[in-house]
Design a binder for this molecule. Structure first.
Ligand code: PHE
Ligand code: ZN
Length: 878
């Protein structure tokens, strides 16, 4: 019996729309308890039209009121909870007709934060991917692109500000204290880019001139008390606009561009045409309340959403399987932008290292687990579950590989052709690939496998040096383990940047294109045994299987001219030692010492070089994970680095001070980062001796980076000063939700400390705190997700208590907000990789969640894939 199997959507079942929409007029009377939505739509036959076909619209949780066609009440329709099927269309649907629908939704009851909802008394929408159907009955699919004219009505006292996409046409006073505003978006768009915002908001604004000489109005809308925290977001927006003109020749196409901040939001931000809506976390910043990392994140998210205006909005996706077409490309663009903002070559490397760290910590585990999928998935049950690190971050790596293969100019030619061919269209990843191929006359057929095959390829390196022949050979062989429903893989097209490092420094960087299962290259006239530096700048998102000697790794760590690979060699040395339960030896300590004291290196680079591989990345190197063993080995290694270099840390702590007024530039931020690593190392070496230094920094800091870092050092090392500092911090920032999120998050992500109670008991207490709210995603993430996804050693307890908490939390969250619950549900993805007793305890918890009969499709998909995939059972380990 396969009766209630969840519905799956398949990429190959795509059909163009039967009908399409031209002009859409919406008239929305906003009321938190009962919003009336009237639509008037010009309907036309679509590409799959057949005469007599019914018009099938989707709608979710709507109250249907009425339906008219060409001005007349229409009775021949069927209504189910999800569909409105309209029969007997005029002239069998062959001619354009006017459809008018009235329906009602209830924003104040909407806790899913999809569709129209209320946050702190104001109205917001979120329509990607399938939220528009919670506002009205519609062809809610990205390949139906229509022009929108929107009239918003509301009580003026409640909602003085009324915003929607495009340009403001007019405003009107209405009887009984109501008013209205009418907006028109000149560009056709899919429904997922629709937005409205209404309420008591204020803005800062700027006027700029773009490359063609046009004047543009830029606005950032926030609650009035947050106005003074918008400057950095505005500067980031202006920098993004100029960068896109310069790098890609892409200009802002609207007269007005607005950003709005909202405190209740499922994701980071959303690229609605001309009206981007942001999580407050990615807009609001000032030195006293935001860290350097917050400032950098705001810059990159503002850029990301702005860049979507071309990559996503002007050229959009044919269907949701193509999500990486816009997301991978836009992440690549924001990464390049942020790298360019760093100002120096070594700054660029720092950005690259940070991006790769994220990829390895989050995407590599996803690619090896039960939810593994290609950057273009072939099947999904719930599209919300596919806004993944694979689609975004690996997608960006795939776009980066085009640039590596074609060069920066070749890549630009491909982009130009892509827009020339597809502006105004809804297209596929193949269209993007063909534009790259055709613009450069390069055959990219094999490159397509990056779109269709999941899993992280593994490249084995074998080298051989023949001193007599002065010849150096390398053989590269690629494999990729099976993934769910992909037992076998074809070879990928892998661009590998490499250089032979020799004492005479006589070899240049080259690009090897690995396309076969195995290939050999020979290098002649090599006068000495070289040290191989390969996959430089992480030119391909792969695992390297290369048994390089510790001596060679030390050489690379101290002198590779590719800063990425320099960092990489250090990571590999540390990783091997930790996994073998070793402490750093004298040579490595000496290499660390020299690197830390090198006056030519960026502080930010030093900080990254001395930051150990994350536990989640270490897990992926094991056949059977003992999380407590890995935690203990990693902590012992770190403590040894802390102790052996205590003098250096103390010296750096002084040298990296940034006296004078606070500055947020990359150099100052890098110094603060290294100084705060030094502080944390000092407490690691001897908490009792150094805690007063941290407490002093906490009290005297003039910025959040330093204050938070000091607090974190005290909390993480279990210093007695921590308790009072936490109380002071809370009291001082009680009114600032984003800072209070940090306060919760820090306590939930505290690793185990000898002699202190468990973090889980703290988390249980925090859940009862009056400031904890289950319906605010940022707060939930700061307490629950931080603990379950970001605190492995506290979460993975042998008694299974962490997993019990996880199951309780998923079940509690699911009815409130399925997307946030499903994200949490992913915390047990890799359960099969764990040793006993962890594995069985995780399975019990998964089964308890799966047994709930009322699960959302979001959580259902995640837990059933985690428990299922029997064929894949033993294949997840490398
Ligand atoms: N498209 C948004 C972004 O990247 C992400 C998002 C998806 C936001 C779905 C909300 C809902 O850039
Ligand atoms: Zn995006």
């Amino acid at each position: 019996m396969k009766t209630d199997l969840p519905q799956s959507f398949r990429r190959l079942e795509y059909r163009p729309p039967v009908y399409t929409f031209d002009q859409v007029e919406l008239d929305i009377a906003l009321n938190p308890a009962r919003t009336i939505v009237k639509s008037r739509i010009e309907v036309l036959p679509g590409k799959s039209f057949e005469a007599g076909a019914p018009l099938v619209l989707v709608g979710h949780e709507l109250e249907f009121v009425s339906l008219r066609i060409n001005g007349e009440a229409h009775r021949h329709f069927e209504l189910t909870p999800d569909l409105l099927t309209i029969h007997s269309l005029p002239n069998a649907g062959k001619d354009q007709f006017i459809l008018e629908i009235i329906c009602i939704c209830v924003p104040e009851k909407n806790t899913s934060l999809m569709g129209l909802y209320v946050s702190n008394g104001n109205f917001f929408t979120q329509c990607e991917a399938e939220g528009f159907r919670k506002i009205t009955y519609f062809l809610d699919r990205p390949d139906v692109m229509a022009r929108y004219r929107v009239t918003l009505r509301a009580l003026e006292a409640e909602c003085p500000v009324l915003l929607s996409n495009g340009n403001l046409l007019n405003t009107e006073k209405l009887p009984n204290g109501w008013h209205s505003a009418t907006w028109e978006d000149p560009f056709p768009k899919p429904s997922y880019l629709f937005a409205l915002v209404a309420g008591k908001l204020e803005c800062i604004e700027e006027t700029i001139t773009t490359s063609s000489g046009a004047r543009k109005l830029l606005q950032i809308w926030v609650e009035p008390h947050d106005l003074q925290k918008t400057r950095h977001a505005m500067d980031s927006l202006i920098a993004s606009i100029h960068w896109d003109e310069k790098r890609f020749g892409l200009e802002l196409d609207l007269e007005r561009f607005m950003i709005v901040a909202v405190g209740d939001f499922n994701m980071g931000a959303m690229e609605n045409k001309g009206l981007n809506i942001f999580n407050t976390k990615f807009v609001l910043a000032q030195a006293e309340t935001a860290t350097d990392a917050d400032f950098a994140n705001i810059e990159s998210v503002v850029a990301h959403e702005y860049f979507h205006n071309w990559t996503g909005n002007r050229v959009t996706c044919q269907d949701w399987f193509q999500l990486s077409l816009k997301e991978g490309l836009t992440v690549f663009r924001d990464q390049e932008f942020s790298a360019d903002q760093m100002g120096s070559e070594s700054g660029r490397a720092v950005k690259r290292i940070e991006d790769v760290r994220l990829l390895r910590q989050l995407q590599f585990p996803e690619d090896a687990g039960p939810m593994a999928h290609p950057i273009r998935p072939d099947e999904y049950q719930e599209i919300n579950n596919f806004y993944t690190v694979t689609v975004y971050e690996k997608g960006s790596e795939v776009v980066r590989m085009y640039q590596t293969l074609l060069g920066k100019d070749g890549f630009r030619k491909g982009m130009d052709l892509y827009f020339k061919r597809h502006d105004g269209q809804a297209v596929t990843c193949d269209d993007f690939l063909m534009a790259m191929a055709d613009a450069n006359g390069k055959d990219l057929t094999q490159f397509k496998h990056w779109y269709s095959q999941a899993g992280t390829p593994r490249v084995k390196v074998q080298e051989h040096y023949d001193a007599a022949k002065k010849q150096y050979l390398i053989t590269l062989s690629q494999t990729c383990l099976p993934s769910p429903s992909q037992p076998e893989k074809k070879p990928f097209h892998i661009p590998l940047k490499m250089r032979l490092i020799t004492k005479s420094n006589d070899q240049v960087e080259q690009l090897l294109e690995l396309t076969q299962a195995s290939q050999t290259w020979s290098f002649e006239e090599i006068n000495e045994r070289p040290v191989l530096s390969i996959n430089r700048n992480f030119s391909a998102p792969i695992n390297l299987d290369f048994e390089q000697s510790e001596a060679d790794l030390l050489t690379l760590f101290s002198s590779d001219d590719d800063p990425f690979n320099r960092w990489e060699a250090g990571q590999k040395l540390a990783m091997q030692m930790i996994l073998n339960n070793r402490l750093p030896d004298e040579q490595l300590i000496q290499a660390y010492r020299e690197l830390l004291m090198d006056p030519d290196l960026d502080p930010a680079f030093k900080e990254l070089a001395l930051t150990l591989p994350a536990e989640s990345y270490l897990y992926e190197q094991c056949a059977s994970v003992d999380p407590q063993q890995i935690f203990t080995a990693r902590r012992a290694f770190r403590r040894e680095v802390a102790k052996q270099l205590q003098l250096e840390w103390a010296a750096l702590y002084q040298q990296m001070q940034t006296p004078g007024p606070f500055k947020s530039d990359a150099i100052s931020a890098g110094k603060r980062g290294l100084k705060n690593l030094a502080l944390s190392m000092l407490l690691d070496a001897n908490a009792t001796v150094w805690a007063p230094l941290a407490a002093n920094q906490f009290q005297t800091a003039d910025n959040m980076t330093d204050r938070y870092a000091a607090l974190a050092a005290l909390v993480i090392h279990g210093a007695k000063e921590a308790k009072q500092c936490l109380i002071d911090f809370y009291n001082h920032f009680a009114k600032d939700a984003l800072v209070i999120d940090k306060w919760f998050g820090l306590q939930s992500s505290r690793p185990p400390v000898d002699g202190l109670g468990s973090t889980l008991s703290e988390v249980m207490r925090l859940r009862e705190h009056p400031a904890f709210k289950l319906n605010n995603p940022n707060r939930v993430r700061s307490v629950i997700h931080s603990f379950c996804l970001n605190n492995p050693a506290s979460f993975h307890q042998a008694d299974g208590s962490g997993y019990e908490f996880w199951a309780d939390s998923v079940l509690a969250l699911d009815p409130v907000n399925p997307q946030i619950a499903a994200r949490l549900a992913r915390a047990l993805d890799r359960w099969r990789l764990f040793a006993q007793p962890y594995q069985d305890k995780m399975k019990d918890a998964l089964e308890r969640v799966a047994a709930c009969s009322t699960l959302s499709s979001d959580v259902r998909e995640v837990v059933s894939k985690a428990l299922g995939n029997e064929d894949f059972r033993n294949l997840g380990v490398q």
